[in-house]
Design a protein around this ligand. Structure first.
Ligand SMILES: Cc1ncc(COP(=O)(O)O)c(C=O)c1O
Length: 394
């Protein structure tokens, strides 16, 4: 099932490249036989201009301490303006070696031990640990699901749970794992509540560039000056251009006091003063020259999603697919199969030899769910789905 000779059909062997997705698999036999459809990176080579820029850096051969020149921030600013219609002056930017590093710095800088942080499960596991590992309490404002398996935020539940100790909300937009691209109206309602209840928001928008079906991203901080003042946003070229291993990400903080506090904490408390040479080079090349590559990837991902949804509907009647508007992730509900969570897990890994993310890691309401990564060549996708269908038909 190739797709008219697209370069993204190429199967790149990622084994023995220190890949978490491909190489962190228990046994050598597992490594040979398991198809990994879990960790959220894609199996595509990065855009050629990124590879060329990195080759140039290697050829230069001197790898002294690297900073972020103003020019790079102008490139990121142009990207935010063009892709999200958001004007971001360079003085709002900070560099971090990962959005989750930025989240942890924000938690430590803008909340105190014992205070409460809101997350909306099912949600990316480090959202849970960023609060708990730092001695903060979590408020779980579970997402609600309708009859079409579509999720929405429970703003009434959120309003009821916020109390005087609640300091921060961590937003995932677009949302991993349920694939929602929140509407402007949903975001505005949330923003109104955050302003009214005086919450700081960490808005993780790492998947902002991976919107399917021509959707356009709405940055939370761009909704108005009141919400901008209290929002710290994380974006990155990592998911977008499949360069997560470079650890380049961008924190955007419009409020000057919060911005300086974040930078000071990152430097003085965490000792993070500079950047990785390849992160800077890769990030600039990606944002400056990667747009055409990305637009091809988005078309390919859309076709992969549609292929996966059609396949599951036809061959896995006991599995409900959450409609996916963004990301390269599908949130699959196996509970209608009648099997327990552990039985499904055993069937997937033991029988189908396909590795998905266990839904329970995303929150208690992930019971019965598994997350499936479709950011791969069509043939890999077809093979993984066929293995699952064969296992469940036995
Ligand atoms: C919502 C979300 N935030 C952050 C990350 C990881 O970001 P980083 O590697 O920049 O820390 C991921 C990776 O899957 C993610 O899905």
């Amino acid at each position: 099932m190739a797709s008219d000779g697209c370069f993204l059909d190429e199967i790149v062997d990622r084994r023995n490249t220190n890949s978490i997705k491909w190489d962190t698999i228990a046994s050598p036999a597992g490594k040979r036989t398991i198809l990994p459809m879990w960790v959220a990176d894609m199996d595509f080579r990065a855009p050629d201009p990124v590879l060329a820029a990195m080759r140039d850096a290697v050829e230069h051969g001197v790898f002294g301490y690297a900073g972020i020149p103003e020019d790079v921030w102008h490139t990121v600013s142009d990207w935010a303006n063009k892709r999200y219609g958001w004007e971001v002056p360079p003085e709002w930017f900070s560099y971090t070696a990962g959005v989750i590093t930025g989240l942890n710095i924000a938690v430590q800088t803008f909340t105190r031990p014992g205070e409460k942080i809101v997350i909306q499960p099912p949600v990316y596991p480090p959202f849970h640990s960023s609060a708990l590992a730092n001695g903060r309490h979590l408020i779980y404002n579970n997402l609600l699901r309708n009859d079409e398996h579509m999720y929405r935020m429970d703003l009434k539940g959120l309003s009821d749970q916020i109390d005087a100790d609640t300091r921060m909300l961590v937003l995932c937009s677009p949302h991993n794992p349920v694939g929602r691209c929140w509407s402007r109206q949903e975001l505005e309602n949330l923003a109104d509540l955050c302003v009214e209840r005086d919450l700081i928001v960490f808005s993780d928008e790492i998947h902002a560039d991976l919107l399917l079906d021509g959707r356009r991203h709405t940055p939370f901080a761009a909704l108005g000056p009141e919400i901008a003042r209290r929002t710290i946003t994380g974006i990155a070229p990592s998911k977008t251009f499949n360069i997560a291993g470079l650890k380049a990400s961008v924190i955007i903080t419009p409020d000057a006091v919060l911005h300086h506090a974040f930078d000071a904490a990152q430097k003085k408390t965490f000792g993070l003063y500079d950047a990785n040479t390849f992160a800077v080079v890769g990030m600039q090349a990606a944002y400056r020259h990667g747009e055409q590559w990305l637009d091809t990837v988005l078309e390919y991902l859309k076709a992969n999603r549609d292929y996966a949804v059609d396949f599951i509907e036809a061959h896995l009647p006991g599995v409900h697919v959450t409609p996916s508007e963004a990301t390269f992730l599908l949130w699959l509900d196996f509970s209608p199969t009648g099997l327990t969570h552990d039985e499904v897990s055993e069937k997937l890994e033991g029988e189908a030899r396909v590795l998905l993310n266990d839904g329970r890691c995303f929150g208690a309401n992930g019971e019965g769910f598994f997350r499936f990564n479709f950011g791969c060549p069509r043939e890999t996708l077809r093979s993984a789905l066929q293995r699952i269908a064969d296992a469940f038909s036995r």
